[in-house]
Design a protein around this ligand. Structure first.
Ligand code: NAP
Length: 460
């Protein structure tokens, strides 16, 4: 029986790996998700077959049904823009689950455990705790239940350093001190309490806009906690799955930091967004255009690049954007869509929205490919994007965005920028693109503006 269960575990681990690989491309992502889910089902079934590991069927079935119902309802109801906060909650649940596994194993008899198991047990509890409260705070910030601004106050770093020190010392003593049940309980509670506090205070100085990076890092931590829990209960598939989550979360965190040209240290400790930045070139005036003007220019254009950003998600303009793209193509215009890696508020945000509107993958072009050809592009339509097209990132060393790779929309012959008003982007800096000679502003909600352009195309 044990050989059969190990065989099932190996198959599930293989399915997880293939599933994650397939998540890397939009056209295979759905199948990747399904394959990973099958792997998870197999792992759960194999674990249940292993009669040693569970206490009683009513608890197991009750837990399965409750978890499945909560998961299914949450996934059905969530809006695309609320996805990061749902992921934050899932990470928090993962952290809490690992923490509880650690506490349960401790309660079963911490004094009988060898040093290695004690070490992985305390690591499970500590990482699980920090992930739990950090994720709940991230969820609060993203959902607007807590103030999304970075909260910075005097002595904050010292408090966090002291909490971290407390976690390390209590954790080390848990493993090193002689096995006295009362002392071990005290150390476990102390270390867990400091970890829970650290999760909360650690996320406090990070602004709402940086939450996707934090959520991705917490995702990685929830994987590490699960992997450590796997060592505690000697479950191979939990070790493998936890490592996969830990590694992929960390890779995603690094990708996001690179695309913003910021270090993880800067994201976690700089208090970015705590104060309004006044940086940015402010000379010149925005030049508004009418829908009619824009229609005539677009009608005559032979190439158009559409650059979506967070405002497109806010306006839910993706279907109107696709309709406009189709009309332009029918008019003989070459239409391409270029998505910046950190456009929107989570990785792949714009890709998912454009896929939802059935924009063909072949029309998506990489930033590196489109930038050299930008001077030959007749019109760049910037839809609710701001920071990702800010030219100061290229040449203003004082800008917080300096060094971030951008889509060079400003080099197109004409730029139409769609936004509601003079609002700044996530970074809070002025964007000189909107003041340039070749840029015309189409003010208003992006969906209304695009729909008006569609109507103009249909009626004229
Ligand atoms: P952005 O810089 O946040 O700018 C969004 C723009 O959309 C704003 O200027 C706003 O201007 C406009 N807007 C909002 N609602 C709108 C509506 N209904 N209709 C039309 N326009 C609307 O967006 P971005 O260019 O996509 O850049 C993303 C930013 O988020 C980057 O700074 C990136 O570093 C950061 N970030 C992204 C991720 C990620 O994973 N994607 C993670 C962390 C941080 P108005 O108010 O004037 O309308």
């Amino acid at each position: 029986m044990s050989a059969l269960i190990d065989f099932f575990y190996i198959i599930s681990a293989i399915l997880f790996i293939f599933g994650i690989k397939m998540l890397g491309s939009a056209d295979t992502a759905r199948r990747g998700n399904l394959i990973s889910s099958i792997g998870m089902l197999l792992a759960v079934v194999a674990t249940l077959l292993n009669g040693k590991v569970f206490v009683s069927w009513p608890w197991i079935v009750g837990g399965l049904v409750l978890g499945a119902v909560i998961g299914a309802v949450a996934a059905q109801r969530v809006e695309m823009t609320e996805m990061p906060e749902l992921v934050a909650l899932f990470n928090g649940s993962g952290g809490l689950a690992s923490m509880l596994v650690g506490v349960a194993e401790h309660a079963k008899g911490a004094t009988t455990l060898d040093n290695f198991t004690q070490a992985v047990l305390i690591i499970t509890v500590l990482i699980g705790s920090v992930t739990f409260t950090g994720s709940v705070y991230a969820w609060g910030k993203l959902s607007g239940k807590l103030d999304g601004k970075a909260k910075v106050f005097e002595g904050q770093h010292k408090i966090n350093a002291a909490l971290f020190g407390g976690v390390v010392v209590a954790g080390a003593l848990y493993v090193l001190l002689p096995s006295n049940p009362f002392l071990l309980w005290m150390l476990l509670i102390l270390a867990a309490a400091a970890s829970l506090a650290l999760g909360w205070t650690g996320v406090m100085p990070i602004g709402g806009g940086d939450m996707p990076v934090v959520v991705s890092l917490l995702n990685s931590l929830s994987g590490l906690a699960a992997s450590a829990a796997g060592f505690v209960i000697q479950n191979n598939v939990l070790i493998v799955a936890g490592c996969l989550v830990g590694a992929s979360g960390l890779i995603l965190t690094i990708i996001m930091c690179k695309a913003m040209n910021r270090t993880l240290w800067n994201v976690l400790f700089s208090g970015f967004g705590a104060t309004e930045s006044s940086s940015g070139t402010q000379e010149g005036e925005m030049k508004p255009a009418t829908i009619e003007d824009a229609y005539y220019v677009l009608e005559a254009a032979s190439s158009v690049v559409v650059i979506p950003g967070y405002g497109m998600a806010m306006a839910q303009a993706q279907h109107a954007v696709k309709e406009l793209g189709t009309l332009l193509e029918e008019n003989g215009t070459e239409v391409q869509y270029c998505i910046h890696p950190v456009a929107g508020r989570m990785p792949g945000h714009m890709n998912v929205l454009l896929a939802e509107a059935d924009v063909p993958y072949e029309q998506l072009v990489e930033m590196e490919d489109v930038n050299p050809n930008m001077p030959m592009v007749d019109v760049a339509i910037v839809i609710g994007a701001n920071d990702v097209v800010n030219p100061d990132a290229l040449d203003d060393e004082g800008s917080p965005l300096y060094g971030m790779p951008i889509i060079r929309a400003h080099e197109a012959r004409t730029v139409y920028a769609l936004k509601r008003g003079k609002g700044r982007g996530f970074s809070g800096v002025v964007n000189p693109l909107f003041l340039r000679e070749n840029t015309r502003m189409l003010f208003g909600d992006a969906k209304d503006t695009i729909s008006a352009l569609v109507t103009e195309f249909k009626d004229t």
